[in-house]
Design a protein around this ligand. Structure first.
Ligand code: FES
Length: 111
């Protein structure tokens, strides 16, 4: 197994795409917390971003889908505006080891 990335690669208040094999993940760091979701919009099942690593809206308050503009809460992935309102991004369990490396946590699917 290889780590997804180092925690320092994700800037505070920013977002980054992580690759787990063929799967694309969204990582957002906010107020020191890290939130990770599958990079798949519940509306059409496609990736959210139109530019690499850009998953947030202009004010960095929400995760935004670039195709039809759905907005998702960073903290829980819930869509609060757009065509998939009420649906959620699928959260991904991760753990951070002592050296700051991020790992996908496959044994624990609760968050
Ligand atoms: S594909 Fe994301 S809002 Fe339509």
């Amino acid at each position: 197994m290889i780590p997804l990335c180092h925690i320092d690669a994700i800037e505070e208040g920013g977002s980054k795409e992580l690759r787990d094999g063929e799967q694309s993940l969204i990582a957002v760091r906010k107020n020191g917390q890290l939130y990770v979701y599958l990079n798949r919009c519940p509306h059409r099942g496609i990736a959210l971003e139109w530019q690499p690593d850009q998953f947030l809206d202009y004010e960095r308050q929400f995760i935004q889908c670039s195709t039809h503009g759905a907005l998702f809460r960073i903290e829980n992935g819930l869509c609060i505006q757009g065509p998939c309102i009420g649906c959620s991004l699928q959260s991904v369990s991760i753990r951070i080891d002592d050296s700051g490396q991020l790992w996908r946590d496959r044994d624990n699917h609760s968050h």
